[in-house]
Write a protein that binds this ligand. Sequence first.
Ligand SMILES: [Zn+2]
Length: 314
Amino acid sequence: MTPVPRWLVSTFSKGGPKARLRVLMYHRVVGGVPGAVNPGLTASQFEWQMMVLARHFNMLSLSDGVTRYKEGTLPARAACVTFDDGFSDTLRLALPIAQKVGVPIAVFVTTRYLNGGIMFNDSIGAAFDSSDAGRLDLRDLGLGLHALRSDADRVSGFNAVIDQIKYRSVDERLELARRIAAIAEVDVPSDLMLDDAGLRALHQGGAEIGSHTHSHPILSLCNDEEARWEIEEGKRRLERILGAEVRLFAYPNGKPGRDYGPRDVDLVRKAGFEAAFTTGVSPDAGMRDAFQIPRFTPWDTNEWRFVARLLRQS
Ligand SMILES: [Zn+2]
């Protein structure tokens, strides 16, 4: 296939005071054979995306992007790469690729699961991926009976359970995840997330570290005190581990109006952050708010489509 010419990208992307900050969002980059549930990108898929980005876009560090967005001085074709949650594979696999290709990354870390913890969705993912039984009977938990005969079964069972419990409290989700893993007789991994040393290594390796709350709650379900504590505690703990100020924030789940609201935007500003990021897929027309900068995840494997999707985010 003909590569995308660089002049074409320049034509469609202007910098300056009206330019938006184009921010990509990733979670896992996996080595070996990915599981059926939440497979993430393989290292080679991620490397291909970074090479396309480096070829066509002006890759900025996130803090540089934020500063220039606020000043209205973004260059043409500006883009930034971010990771969420604080997975150990961000350090092990993503950072070396990003360094090799010359793409700066920022990582939004949830502090509660560092050092051997696991988020509820990853724990349930491991149960559905690794159970040897032909089915997973979660009827005692009110979460149905799920066949596990094929990869498609595992994915649809996982999605059905996550849909049912995603909007429950952090403690309830974690308790259900623990019980599901026990019923599935699966030992969930204890090395999925970074530990303190890994977090420091990521930071020393040039990744910017941002905060993603302490426990990854749905902020709109928290009362005022819980929301304030989650936002402030995540920042405090990261700063203690890194010995550096943490200025950027990403809302857990991150859908505007559904997962967080104006109260949370206000709490994030008052906690001393300089900018915050959502998972809004398409930015509100005309909205320029440094505390609600949208991000998106590109999934195209064709260079033209990949570049076209990025250009639409501007
Ligand atoms: Zn997250």
